[in-house]
Design a protein around this ligand. Structure first.
Ligand code: ADP
Ligand code: ZN
Length: 424
């Protein structure tokens, strides 16, 4: 049942003993880099004492571009990756061969955990290149021994052709693209539930609500599992849902998670929502201590029924900087998504625009609606529009404008979805 049962179900005491050892190894290793060379603390004696170590930010990574965090000889580096730069200047991350081996293994572990096996056919619909999503899964899947189709994103008709004719059973795909791809099946006269052999989608790399996940599962008749990672840690393979779909296990033999209050920087107890902070435990080329991911989540208390002992984080709510302040009200885009996507008539995409009008903030939500609904009467459409406004008002405490648009009419980007346009 397990790829690495001994490690994944390690007794917590023993896991924590190893974590402490690895943090101290990481401190020593990190000192080889110019950024951490002046670190005042040599070692810590308990896991709690990690709080005495300074936090590291994305800004630090940018300022040290390119080699300030490098902790091995340049000759030992075999690969670099770069963040997709969703939020400004990119940062680079280096890997030795052993770092790459460990990363591949974590991907293989994650895929195996949700039931991917050698006889599967894996279509990797994530971007290859500097972005970690494509290449990361590619090598992990090959290590697992799965036939891998390195197709990358885009060209929807070709995707569907491969899905159908190669009997693809597993895809790795952005949730926003999974929804867009669905709109192409009709035209091709293919029923994804009947005509495909698809069973599992590994979705991640961008925030998405449970409602979006369910929608993907229902449209395709498959299981969709949440994959979390960031290039600063390696890429995907940091945390992964198991088949319980009740939170994502952080692979704690390689990453040490903490949740902090983003304002006071104090560590928060289990169950409380805050910013995820991660420390690499095994990385040679570029160890990072207490990295502020800016992703908001919480550590889930209690054990997972699957038997894995590595702690779980809850679905990512978004980044700190995703928060919108609309006339003084704090809103996360994912709240809007959750509300809207729970309404059955709603289609597969939406977009949020914010403008200033007469000194007030105005939020306009454009939502795609199902084909049948769009062809319906005007009064049906008006009824739906009112329903969305009422539900959003309840959730958000403000009254948005809502515009219903045709299926597949809103723009989609090649990479991670951009759904918020703030014109203020
Ligand atoms: P960038 O920071 O430029 O987007 P990365 O490709 O490293 O570059 O993206 C990592 C970020 O993507 C994470 O910090 C997080 O915000 C987001 N992310 C990754 N996986 C998920 C997921 N499963 N759910 C929500 N957000 C995710
Ligand atoms: Zn589990």
């Amino acid at each position: 049942m397990y790829w690495e049962k001994d490690l994944e179900t390690l007794d917590r005491k023993e896991l924590e003993r190893r974590q402490l050892e690895q943090i101290n190894w990481t401190i020593r290793q990190a000192r080889n880099s110019s950024f951490y060379s002046g670190l005042k603390i040599n070692r810590i004696d308990s896991l709690e004492a990690i709080q005495d170590l300074p936090l590291t930010t994305k800004e630090d990574l940018r300022n040290q571009f390119p080699y300030g965090f490098l902790a091995v000889d340049r000759e030992r580096v075999i690969r670099l990756h770069s963040s997709s730069g969703t939020t400004g200047k990119p940062t680079v991350v280096f890997h030795t061969r052993e770092d790459i081996d460990r990363w591949q293994n974590l991907i293989a572990r994650s895929m195996y955990a949700v039931g991917v096996r050698k006889n599967d056919v894996f279509q990797n619909i994530m971007g290859y290149g500097l972005f970690t999503g494509g290449i990361g899964f590619h090598y992990g899947a090959e290590l697992l021994g799965v036939m891998t189709i390195p197709i990358g994103p885009g060209n929807s008709k070709r995707q569907i052709w491969f899905l159908k004719h190669l009997r693809t059973s597993v895809v790795h795909i952005l949730p926003s693209y999974a929804l867009r791809l669905y709109t192409f099946f009709d035209e091709l006269n293919i029923d994804p539930k009947k005509d495909l052999n698809l069973k599992i989608a590994l979705i991640g790399a961008e925030p998405h609500s449970n409602e979006i996940r369910k929608k993907i599962e229902e449209l395709y008749g498959i299981k969709a599992y949440n994959s979390y990672g960031l290039s600063e840690m390696c890429g995907p393979g940091v945390a992964f849902e198991c088949t319980q779909q009740a939170g994502l296990h952080v692979w704690e033999d390689h990453f040490y998670p903490e949740i902090i209050d983003p304002d006071s920087m104090q560590v928060l107890p289990e169950g409380e929502e805050g910013e995820l902070v991660l420390t690499t435990l095994s990385r040679e080329a570029m160890p990072i201590i207490r990295y502020r991911t800016r992703d908001l989540t919480s550590l889930i208390p209690g054990n997972c029924p699957c038997g894995r002992t590595h702690r779980r984080i809850s679905r990512i709510k978004g980044r700190n900087d995703d928060m919108l302040i609309i006339n003084g009200v704090n809103i996360f885009p994912i709240q809007i998504e959750r509300t809207v996507m729970a309404i059955p008539e709603i289609g597969n995409n939406y977009l949020i625009e914010i403008r200033k009008k007469d000194y007030m903030d105005k939020l306009l939500l454009k939502v795609e609606v199902n084909e049948q609904v769009f062809q319906g009467t005007l009064s049906e459409l008006e009824k739906l529009q009112r329903k969305i406004i009422v539900e959003l008002r309840e959730e958000l405490d403000l009254t948005p404008e809502v515009k219903l648009v045709e299926s597949a009419s809103l723009p989609v980007s090649d990479g991670k979805a951009k759904r918020v346009y703030d014109f203020r």
